[in-house]
Design a protein around this ligand. Structure first.
Ligand code: PLP
Length: 367
């Protein structure tokens, strides 16, 4: 790896910081960003932190035409003791490389990317909001930059990380959402790109989302792309059900995105000795469980919300009300524990937290 030391060029024009009690999601960005380039000759090289600014790309850059791009999402929290915590960031870097592999993007050095991320957070540490529920959202992404209209993997790429202070996901308490079961559109199919975090999956999911919203539902429940029977995900989250005391989540089948929250919730439930099974689950089975009073809870899991309880499912003209439309006991316990670990309020028996050393002075680079 050529010059794998992350250089830092600090901004001369720091921006005004937003009021941390009025943040929304993904609209405000910090003063700096991480970038790294890939060429065939040099591999991934020139990792650096530079002032946040627009980027210049050739209109023929392949990302615009064939969608060769992948991304990640994670959060940093500042504790009451002013410690900065990341939640399992090495899992995000691993997954980014798995997404890369699926999209024919060359793998990067995960250690290097993590040290670049840590340095970026050190430089922009004053942007981490410290109000309950707020966090610094981290968006690593990689895209094809070669100017070429032939359909083939690009020969050049850029890896970037940007940071965005975000407000609390739940401003007025955790409200369960209404979900429409999607029987027409599919998000992903076996053999497709569903298990990679790539932009095209999101673009392809927007139509169903729009139709569901127009009918008063906040998200869709995705079914499998072949039989339209088996449950896969909810919106851009993984999904869990509690049926008669047993927790069930769809097994990873190649079209489901392997969430880090999902993985953590499974490990947490195992730690608590609550039965948790990864298996296929059909809408018919779920409906039967509902009719016989065995459907106790349903919730989505993902970085943004952590836990999103489902209060109602609409399927084939039938309304399935779950736990009277209120958050279930288990969902609440999982939410409290996960957010407690993430924010440093509770102990971390799993070693999931990574502390970012913010006392380390970042020396300016000499260009
Ligand atoms: C990112 C994502 C998730 C959740 O993953 P986390 O690592 O838990 O944030 C679930 N489903 C889809 C489709 C996703 O893109």
């Amino acid at each position: 790896m050529t010059n794998s030391v992350v250089q830092v060029e600090k901004t001369l024009n720091p921006k005004m910081k937003p009021a941390f009690d009025q943040l929304s999601f993904g609209t405000v960005f910090t003063d700096h960003m991480f970038t790294m380039e890939y060429t065939e000759e040099q591999g991934w090289h020139d990792p650096k932190i530079v002032p946040y600014e627009p980027i210049l790309l050739d209109p023929a850059a392949m990302v615009f035409h064939y969608g060769q791009t992948v991304f990640e999402g994670l959060k940093a929290y500042v504790t009451e003791d002013e410690e900065v915590l990341l939640f399992r960031p090495e899992e995000n870097m691993k997954r980014l490389n798995r997404s890369n592999d699926r999209l024919c993007i060359p793998a990067f050095d995960e250690e290097l990317a993590l040290s670049g991320l840590r340095k970026l957070i050190q430089v922009d540490k004053d942007w981490i909001p410290n109000i309950e529920g707020t966090s610094l959202y981290i968006r690593p992404f990689i895209f094809a930059t070669q100017p070429y209209l032939g359909v083939a993997p690009s020969k050049t790429y850029r890896f970037m990380i940007i940071l965005s202070p975000v407000g609390a996901y739940y401003k007025e308490g955790i409200n369960p959402v209404k979900i429409a079961v999607e029987s027409e559109f599919v998000r992903a199919v076996t053999g497709g790109t569903g298990s990679a975090k790539t932009a095209g999956n999101y673009a392809g999911a927007m139509k169903a989302q729009e139709v569901a919203e127009a009918k008063g539902y906040s998200q869709v429940l995705w079914l499998d792309g072949k039989e339209h029977r088996y449950i896969e995900e909810v919106g851009a989250m993984n999904v869990f059900f509690k049926l008669n005391g047993e927790v069930v989540t769809p097994e990873l089948n190649g079209s489901i995105l392997e969430g880090i929250t999902r993985k953590s919730v499974i490990e947490l439930l195992q730690h608590w000795d609550i039965p948790i099974t990864e298996r296929k689950i059909s809408m018919e089975e779920l409906y039967e469980a509902y009719q016989s009073g065995k459907l106790e809870e349903a919730f989505g899991t993902g970085t943004a919300a952590v836990i999103s309880p489902i209060g109602e499912l609409y399927w084939n003209d039938k309304k399935i009300t779950i736990n009277n439309g209120e958050i279930g006991e288990l969902a609440q316990r999982v939410y409290d524990t996960m957010t407690g670990i993430q924010t440093g309020r509770t102990e971390d028996p799993f070693g999931w937290r990574m502390t970012v050393d913010i006392d380390t002075a970042v020396a300016p680079s000499h260009n």
